[in-house]
Design a protein around this ligand. Structure first.
Ligand SMILES: [Zn+2]
Length: 401
């Protein structure tokens, strides 16, 4: 039996005492709990805020406690049900436990403490342990697989890790499988969410090059030609140039300008536009992690939690002190995978990635799989062959000092 089914059967055991009263949607915070109350109105008065109406405005609090407990049980379990070892001479349960208040106050059940306290009073379990404590839940297993992948590619096997199974532990995701697992999360597990964003031909993509003299052409402002692509970047290793850009000039500026190197120089700001619609994997605006209190979307919680952590990790600030040659390696491999191997649910390849700039106050940045000769000049006409972008306009500004 799958772990989800086991969990559902456990939820059918009640686990809480009879709770009196009724609760209205205004006394509830989590949107999924609000929706549940709205769908189960059975009383004309709310016990908690005292609101009354001729129509039904509140749901049974007893049923509500069951729904809350069901949601909490997605992440937490009774230590006996979880099979935690108990040793009286060693202080009891051999796992870190949390009391009911600590657990329940961590969820957006209600802004009204009386509601949360009434739920806690009804619940039979007094101490909680994380669900799947020994094995780790699916989100944690994905996160530890990604941590293992990073370690191996930074410090053990950079180019041939697909053959390297490493040490095998049951249930762990080895580095050799991690890229396919990430692809599968995006195109299968989370298929109902569309992570592919199409950028039309009327959108400005700003790219800045800074130098002692102004630059005017796509060849100059676009990504460096192969022989000059000597710098390792977040998504691209030295020797493999890509087009880094942003959707607004301010983000392009903070991503490019470094006062220590560029003070007093000239910023050439190129606005490029796509020559055909671009299909980009959007890791900048991820959907919210679904509520544990919503039945139908609960299965998306673990993969979505992982994807949020993964996207945050991809844009983590890394100092350019030499360590970038190590620390950027995992993101460079993931990017190459998205460029060369990944296909979306429709079997189509990507033109690049969107990510949230890690600089304070900055917006969405992009990396496009476009090289210097794929950026056409402003006077380009006709049907593009290999070109992906065209220079639309150039402006110049002096760098601040
Ligand atoms: Zn109320």
């Amino acid at each position: 039996m799958g772990r989800v089914s086991e969990w559902m059967i456990e939820q059918q055991e009640r686990g809480y005492s009879e709770a009196d009263g009724d609760i209205c949607a205004n006394c509830v915070t989590d949107p999924a709990l609000k929706a549940w109350v709205a769908d189960h109105l059975s009383s004309t008065a709310c016990t908690f805020c005292g609101d009354e109406s001729d129509d039904a405005i509140a749901a049974s609090f007893d049923d509500f406690v069951g729904i809350v407990l069901g949601g909490i049980g997605f992440d937490w379990n009774d230590p006996d049900n979880e099979g935690i070892m108990y040793d009286g001479r060693e202080g009891g349960y051999q796992a870190p436990l949390s009391d009911t208040a600590d657990v329940f106050y961590n969820y957006d059940i209600s802004d009204n403490d009386n509601v949360v306290q009434a739920v806690i009073d009804a619940v039979d379990t007094e101490a909680w342990v994380e669900r799947d404590f020994y094995r780790g839940d699916d989100g944690e297993r994905l996160t530890s697989g990604w941590t293992w992948f990073k370690h191996v590619t930074m410090h053990q096997s950079r180019f041939l890790f697909l053959k390297n199974e490493g040490d095998k532990y049951d249930d762990d995701i080895p580095p050799s499988q991690m890229l396919n697992v990430i692809a599968s999360i995006i195109s299968k597990d989370l298929a109902p969410f569309d992570f592919i964003k199409t950028i039309g031909e009327d959108v400005n993509l700003y790219r800045i090059r800074i130098g002692l003299t102004p630059f005017e052409t796509a060849a100059e402002i676009g990504p460096p030609p192969l022989e000059f692509a000597t710098q390792a970047n977040r998504m691209s290793p030295a020797g493999i140039p890509m087009f880094y850009g942003a959707f607004d000039i301010d983000t392009a500026k903070v991503e490019t300008f470094d006062v220590a190197h560029h003070a007093g120089q000239i910023m050439s700001i190129g606005a490029f536009r796509a020559l055909r619609p671009l299909r980009l994997l959007d890791l900048a605006e991820l959907p919210d992690i679904p509520s544990v209190f919503a039945d139908e979307t609960r299965k998306f919680i673990h993969p979505m939690r992982f994807l949020h952590a993964f996207a945050a990790d991809l844009v983590k600030r890394i100092a350019r002190d030499g360590r970038e040659h190590i620390e950027y390696v995992p993101t460079q491999i993931v990017t190459e995978f998205f460029r060369r191997v990944f296909r979306d649910a429709e079997g189509k390849p990507l033109d690049g990635l969107l990510y949230r700039s890690s600089r304070p106050g900055a917006g969405t940045a992009c990396v496009l799989f476009a090289e210097n000769d794929q950026c056409a000049e402003a006077d380009f006409v006709g049907k593009p062959s290999k070109q992906l972008l065209k220079l639309h306009a150039v402006t110049h500004e002096e760098c601040p000092i």
